[in-house]
Design a protein around this ligand. Structure first.
Ligand code: COA
Length: 249
């Protein structure tokens, strides 16, 4: 799988699909491109789909960033190396914040937005931020616990917990600091691209209220409520999430 040498360091990405418009999928806090495995497969029939590891995550070089802007710059630098003037940006949770930042600061690069389990303001529980510094395993366990719908299969939860415990706690803390400092609620009305807002009905980390606020404020945005899903909707209910995202392509 490919590594791109960008102005901001080496970034790992996965790619599927040979024709159609370009789509870049951006993972959330403590994640990797692997969170988008289902969508890489599902959207490849209609688009050229890319999913990156943000700096300091997976196989991309450190450092992780404590500001959303740093991650948005990295995503745009990857588009540069790939020769993509514009792409539809799809982001989960913190990745959605990265997409929103790009849409507001580099609108000419963004053809559409898919915002999954995300929000325009992402304050983080103070005790979670503290635990990420003083007791990372406990914090990562709490996060994994909050990430899935109550009736999610045990195997999915265990897989999520294993992935969380294998992630770098320092990068994860940087991500949550970046989330905590992010707020573009007042600027959503400036967005002018087709937008799909997708949320799991049982999302406890970015509750449906956040999705409804984006749906109400982004002109023309469509809202997709995913039943039987929590924060990891694209993994818990991949077909429903992929179908919602396909409407952008
Ligand atoms: N969209 C719409 N409304 C939002 C919002 C968003 N993205 N973020 C916050 N708000 C709302 C809140 O619901 C609240 O509304 P209310 O006064 O009607 O209750 C108001 O704006 C003030 O929000 P805030 O200053 O963030 O404080 P809070 O009361 O929401 O409490 C937390 C802060 C951390 C407890 C809370 O944001 C929370 O539970 N977050 C989810 C858990 C978490 O840590 N998630 C990680 C995110 S990456």
């Amino acid at each position: 799988m490919p590594i791109a040498t960008t102005q901001l360091g080496q970034l790992f990405y996965a790619q599927r699909g040979r024709a159609g418009s370009a789509v870049l999928c951006i993972h959330g806090a403590g994640g990797t491109h692997a969170h988008w495995g289902h969508q890489l497969r599902d959207l490849a029939a209609v688009a050229r789909v890319y999913a990156l590891d943000l700096p300091g995550h997976g196989r991309s070089v450190p450092p992780a960033h404590e500001q959303i802007a740093g991650y948005a710059d990295a995503a745009l630098a990857l588009l540069d190396v790939l020769g993509l003037e514009r792409a539809t940006l799809i982001g989960h949770s913190m990745g959605g914040a990265v997409c929103l930042w790009a849409a507001l600061h580099a609108p000419e690069r963004v053809a559409g937005l898919g915002l999954v389990g995300s929000g325009a303001r992402l304050r983080v529980l103070p005790e979670l931020l503290a635990a990420l510094e003083y007791d990372p395993p406990a914090a990562l366990r709490q996060l994994a616990e909050l990430s899935y719908a109550p009736d999610a299969p045990a195997a999915l939860r265990e897989q999520g917990l294993r992935a969380a415990l294998a992630s770098d706690p320092a990068a994860c803390r940087a991500d949550f600091l970046a989330c905590n400092g992010f707020d573009c609620l007042a600027r959503l009305g400036e967005i002018r691209v087709p937008t799909a807002v997708v949320v799991g009905a049982h999302d406890r980390l970015t509750p449906p209220k956040y999705a409804r606020a984006m749906h109400a404020a982004i002109p023309g945005a469509r809202l997709y409520d995913i039943a039987s899903a929590g924060h990891m909707a694209m993994i818990e209910q991949p077909a429903a999430v992929s179908a919602a995202l396909r409407t952008l392509l």
